[in-house]
Design a protein around this ligand. Structure first.
Ligand code: HEC
Ligand code: HEC
Length: 370
């Protein structure tokens, strides 16, 4: 039922936003993403197809046609990227963007994945040397502002959103990747960037800028400008180190009063309160569900839309929820720390929203227990 590759996920999430089933299917989906990102190393003779299915298909699609990730199977893409670029991209990912770093895969496993990606392609595979392209970055900057910034962002920060999914900019079939990115700049030699500008990527919004009228010298100036991003490139989105995985606040009130206070606090923070139900709802018969563990769901639709536009995977953690548990005479409020959630996605933009969410969760929990 759930696939990441199409808009079905979003629609599914919207439809089921206050429907108990979504909690379980979203939890199952989250598990899928997490296992996809944390596959153990395979001992010998790595199987590229299997590794791709486990680590990449969830975002790039089973056949590389794209999803949360950009398409990898397009002949125009394959014709401009070297195997070294593919391997380095897999190894280092794109810090601050959605593409994770696959530090846990061995060189042999990465090579097997690259081999599998190439099985979709029949043409010649390019090789690039490391020789820098000489150009005038100041002129490149002017050209970039005129020809590139509308898609790749003023500072090369890339389009908002992801791959070929709902969240990409309207009117663009594929989200423009970040160019001022440490992972991109470390993997792409000047000669490759030049080749992309000369040939473009047929079938994507990235056209050949030589056909579009720029001279070879202009192209070199652009390459020199893109390379100059290196100094200011963002490094990592952030690590989970030092962040608590969950937020826990003890309540001085009994369970019923705590839930009433919580509902009021949620309302006064401009959230829409959804249903409350036992944690075990749907897992056992209603009479057997533990009445001392209650989840309260809530939602802020404009906020939700903003977050989904940045990254549809945010849907995994929606609607917002706080769990109230009564145990051994103590009543506790608990929630997953949204800041930890955002780090999983290696998306710096999401970090900000998740920080805001963290602060709102905490404020609500504190108000409910005053
Ligand atoms: C969580 C989603 C996700 C996963 C998992 C993922 N990717 Fe990506 N990948 C992306 C996104 C999004 C981009 C676009 C980068 C950007 O936004 O700047 C990308 C970019 C890439 C690129 C660069 C494409 C280009 O235009 O040059 C390659 C190559 C790539 N991914 C390969 C892989 C491989 C191989 C795997 C598995 C080992 C993988 N990715 C796993 C989301 C993902
Ligand atoms: C209409 C939007 C658009 C414009 C204008 C545009 N690009 Fe792109 N560019 C894209 C998209 C989309 C991709 C990803 C294509 C793909 O999926 O292979 C891309 C890919 C690239 C890549 C390869 C990045 C990677 O991760 O593989 C480079 C380099 C690049 N563009 C540079 C430029 C430069 C420099 C300019 C200006 C001369 C420019 N682009 C203009 C949309 C655009």
């Amino acid at each position: 039922m759930l696939t990441v590759r199409n808009n079905g996920l979003l629609i599914h999430i919207y439809r089921n936003i206050f429907d108990g089933k979504s909690v379980r299917s979203l939890a199952a989906f989250l598990l899928l993403v997490l296992t996809a990102l944390q596959q153990p190393a395979w001992a010998d003779a790595p199987d590229g197809a299997k590794l791709f299915a486990q680590n990449c298909a969830v975002c790039h699609g089973e056949t590389g046609s794209g999803g949360i990730g950009v398409p990898l199977s397009l002949p125009s893409f394959q014709a401009t990227v070297s195997n070294r670029y593919l391997a380095a991209t897999i190894r280092d990912g794109r810090p601050g963007r959605v593409m994770p770093a696959f530090a846990q895969l061995s060189d042999a496993e990465i090579a097997a994945i690259v081999g599998y990606i190439r099985s979709w392609y029949r043409g010649p595979v390019p090789h690039y040397g490391d020789a820098p392209v000489a150009g005038n970055p100041a002129h490149g900057k002017q050209l970039f502002a005129a020809h590139c910034a509308m898609c790749h962002g003023v500072d090369g920060q890339g389009g908002r959103g992801t791959g070929v999914t709902f969240s990409r900019p309207r009117g663009l079939p594929i989200m423009p990747p970040a160019l001022n990115n440490a992972g991109f700049l470390a993997s792409a030699p000047d000669a490759m960037i030049r080749a992309v500008l000369i040939h473009g990527r047929a079938g994507t919004p990235m056209v050949s800028f030589v056909k579009a009228g720029l001279s070879r010298r202009d192209v070199d100036d652009l390459v020199a400008y893109v390379r100059s991003f290196q100094s200011g490139a963002q490094t990592v989105a952030g690590s989970v180190a030092g962040l608590k995985p969950d937020l826990i606040v003890q309540s001085p009130y009994d369970l019923k009063t705590t839930i009433k206070n919580l509902t009021q606090a949620i309302n006064s923070d401009n959230f829409f309160v959804g249903r409350s139900q036992p944690v075990e709802y749907g897992l056992t018969t209603p009479d057997k569900a533990n009445p001392h563990q209650i989840i309260v769901y809530f939602c802020d639709v404009p906020f939700l839309n903003k977050a989904l536009a940045i990254d549809p995977r945010v849907g995994l953690f929606l609607p917002c929820r706080i769990t109230v548990v009564e145990h051994a005479g103590k009543v506790m409020l608990m929630a997953v720390n949204p800041e930890v959630v955002s780090r999983l996605f290696n998306n710096g933009e999401l970090n900000e929203l998740c920080k805001e969410m963290h602060d709102r969760y905490l404020a609500i929990m504190q108000e409910a227990t005053l």
